[in-house]
Design a protein around this ligand. Sequence first.
Ligand code: ADP
Ligand code: MG
Length: 729
Amino acid sequence: MSLRFNAISSITNDSAGAAVPNAKITGIFGSNVFTLKTAREYLADEAYKSLVTSIRGGKKIDRNVANQIANGIRAWAESKGVTHYTHWFQPLTGTTAEKHDSFFTLKSDGTAIEEFDGAALIQQEPDASSFPSGGLRATFEARGYTAWDPSSPAFIIEIGEGKTLCIPTIFVSYTGESLDYKAPLLKALEALNKSAVEVCNYFDKNVTKVTPTLGWEQEYFVIDEALVNARPDLVQCGRTVFGAAPAKGQQLEDHYFGSIPERVYAFMRDYEQEAYKLGIPLRTRHNEVAPAQFECAPIFEEVNIAVDHNTLLMDVMSRVARRHKLVVLLHEKPFAGINGSGKHNNWSMATDTGVNLLAPGKTPKTNLMFLTFFVNTIKAVHDYSDVLRAAIASAPNDHRLGANEAPPAIISVFVGQYLAKVLGDIESRVSTKFDEQDEAILKLDLHRSIPELMLDNTDRNRTSPFAFTGNKFEFRAVGSSANCAISMTVLNTIVANTLKKFKADVDALIEKGDKKEIAIMHVIQKYIVESKNVLFEGDGYSEEWHHEAERRGLPNLKTTPIALDAFLTDKAKKLFESAGVYSHTELEARHEIELEKYIKKVQIEARIMGDLAINHILPSAIKYQNELLANVNGLKAAGLPESAYKSQLAVLKEVSEHIQVIHDKVHAMVEARKVANNIDNTRTKAIAYESQVKATFFDEIRYHVDKLEHLVDDDAWTLPKYREMLFLR
Ligand code: ADP
Ligand code: MG
């Protein structure tokens, strides 16, 4: 019996899933995290204070204190049964990395002891040579090291009975170039903090720190493990390269917000409990639009922590799923013809005085502050929409962006009717003539024009890639498998840069004699005029928008190799360098790495397509062909007229034709790959993989395979079908 039928029968046998005990969330929340509260318990005063100052920003921890902190962390970890530790980091492979060391060591006299000192806490040297570096290692040093990031707390990962202490770190080369996602992110957050505090001080001198916040919404598919194991494409690329559309897909929309299937529900409760122990504040869970698609979202946190929690959760979910004989698919488009998965990044900025800078306020003064940050964000997205697009570019996200259920590859901003009107009013009523200004501006009465009510009645435009949703912006074009650090690095850098420019523009007007509020309004008005092209309130999925966007000159870059160009423009280089986020070399290295990742992903998919076509599809089809042939010959031999086997002949002909095309196309695709592989320039090679391999062959081969799936005897078909993967659990 084929794996497919084994898988189907095993589902009915063990669909009960693992039992998950009920636990009160507050009882377990953060129990595996070295929180400040735990630190208070395990550290002496000096060490504790030093840790706190370092978390609150800045001050390095000296070696002596680091030793004390390391001892405290070890004592805590050992009390929980931990034997090993690891520096935990996020290399540019897109996953997380760990290399476990035990606390156990031998002293010179052979005595065995457990030890974890400050040096081991602060720095480690993993072998960097197998992580992507985009040529940085060739130019610079071969080595890299991980350095403790005290702003993200240490935690304990439990795998089965094993427990490992994880120290969040950044990963850099010996000459200081960043080799991971976290180092540039931390720099971008600092750049934002600096610019935002300066602008805040126009309104409130007490603000000394601005912290960007992130609440992600993670979409994912859950599929039975045995069915996945029978699909080599899911196992190897996380997406199905073949599969005919099932009779019922998502057209009845009966899955969205429906009752959660029991087996998946047990899995959710299980991974949620693991997440709570790790301090990940998950809040919501529900069914998504596509069958077998789900979503979870936490309460928002500081960006740095939120990014760690998201990467950690993706890992936890994948592991916990196995306990339930399920597989989580985080890929952006695991199944054709139904919705893909995204990871909405809800983003705002909070001051240390407790103000959400993107929440409309109650007084004219706070509303002016809101407007300032609101308009600066829009202006940033307008000026750097190409860089923002590059930040979400990846092989899997190409399947989603611009497909008709996901935000288009055109970056636009949705603000809702109400704020669109406010922006329009400011644009038309604040004239650029300086004399009659004051009165006109005061008449705008910002207080009344942005009622508090707005929070509840912001329109929900699901088709916008970047939407204002009442008290935050929601960057919806981010892919479900992405590390949010990339989009957050770019978003915070472009806003930081725009705010810096804003401050300079306002100061220039004040110098000329404008009153502060008037100067601010003038610059706001100017920015509204300059960036209104990026505002779009309509249906982002529609054909008209594509035309309209083209008319406006907004880029619509549908493929990753081209979208990534935006990282290498002079504008981008200047942007990242002046914000201290990426040097030119680092940026070039990132660009190279992303292109290489793209090439490899397309290459793997192309190979898997070839393998499946030759080893699964054609043999099944040929088997069926033989059956038909035997049938026709038998009928002929029995002396029946041609009309008796006319239909069989027709099917036989159809099957044979598809077999022929598939065979020829697979071979032609191999040749196209050979040509692409011989290209030296990475960008040209990526473009070749996109246009000569993917665009030329993928859909074409798939079309014929999916036709065969409809024709060939179900018994002979070895790959689990869409209706099975999406509906059996
Ligand atoms: P929805 O967008 O589905 O209506 P919510 O508005 O409640 O749901 O929030 C979605 C996500 O946005 C949640 O993760 C939430 O924590 C996050 N969020 C809410 N406020 C902020 C904020 N100020 N900064 C960042 N994220 C936020
Ligand atoms: Mg949302």
